[in-house]
Design a protein around this ligand. Sequence first.
Ligand SMILES: [Zn+2]
Length: 222
Amino acid sequence: MRTHLARIPSFFALLLAFSCSPKATFRIIDKPITWNSEREQLSIQYLKDRHGLDKSTATIEPQMVVVHWTAIKTVEVTFDVFNPPTLGGRADLTGASNLNVSSQFLIDRDGTIFRLLPDTTFARHVIGLNYLAIGIENIGGEDMPLTKAQLKANELLIRHLKRKYPIDYVIGHHEYQNFQNTNLWKENDPNYRTVKSDPGDKFMNQLRKKLSDLNLKPVPKL
Ligand SMILES: [Zn+2]
């Protein structure tokens, strides 16, 4: 009897430890980049010029999540790159629009999720698909593979977004050109393409396995 009673506190301690585990916590921290009239106007112009959509607000109707890595080593530097409304010196992109690149979400190496823009505010992160795609950037790159904590955070964030919006597709940025022959593709210039390798098949396969119960649509074959 004494032994049995002695076990009870440790059982509760275990329960407490599990319920307080940081891995089980889902939290989004707002860390807004500059959204001013210049960025709004450039976004509306991008929607018109590149996607062929005449809109009075720079908003999107999310049907897709595009997962990226930053190729930048810290949240702070990434924030500083995305924060200005206009691009500085990226000749491969300025011809198409002077609107700066950004994403709605940014996930740090430890799985901390930052929201840089509201879910349905336009962000320039994927050619041809920005008008329907929420972008998730992850701190990492070719020489800095994404972490287990980031995998979990992406999973939780996408589950959260899927509950709010009719998300059909979750794709890696490296897969975006597979949508060129679908009716979702909206880019006026057939020559405006950039080759992307982020975040790669390995991470996307792991993420898709975690999200298999969501019955997302497969990436179309080219
Ligand atoms: Zn990317």
